[in-house]
Design a protein around this ligand. Structure first.
Ligand code: ZN
Length: 152
């Protein structure tokens, strides 16, 4: 992916979906009575909203750009955030919610890292590498939390 606006439009869609999913997971965890994990998800939703606003600004977008189906460049044709959610219906337990979030973060990381590796546009390359690094941090935080919850 070499077009910076196309790249940012993908990042915007990804972060918007991430924020919505984290907000949904926050509610699920409140229902489950797990305030710690609910707080963590709420924090992650906040990060996604921030990244979304940042990508809007970097791209000079005033409204959220919509991507036509023929413009979509997701690996396997499915957005990193939606991959794990396809089979989900109904209530998720704490570990199920964390594993789902981890899957989305890993796919988000792979998406950005893949673009950083192959883009011919140095700006896209740099930005994708920067976003990949942030996703790697999210992956690490989730893995830590999963260890803690699983061993509790
Ligand atoms: Zn993330």
């Amino acid at each position: 992916m070499d077009d910076i606006h196309l790249f940012l439009a993908h990042a915007i869609q990804l972060e918007r979906e991430a924020a919505r999913h984290y907000e949904e997971l926050t509610e699920d965890m409140k229902t489950a009575g797990n305030t710690d994990v609910a707080d963590f998800f709420r924090k992650m939703a906040g990060f996604s909203r921030k990244h979304l606003a940042d990508a809007m600004e970097r791209g000079g977008f005033r409204v959220v750009p919509e991507l036509r189906p023929d413009q979509l460049r997701w690996p396997d044709g499915i957005s990193p955030e939606n991959a794990g959610w396809e089979g989900v219906d109904g209530f998720l337990d704490v570990l199920g919610a964390l594993e789902l979030a981890l899957l989305a973060e890993r796919r988000g990381h792979a998406f950005y890292a893949g673009i950083a590796a192959v883009s011919n546009n140095i700006k896209v390359k740099r930005m994708a590498a920067e976003f990949a690094e942030e996703e790697a941090e999210h992956v690490a935080e989730l893995e830590k939390l999963i260890d803690r919850v699983a061993s509790a």
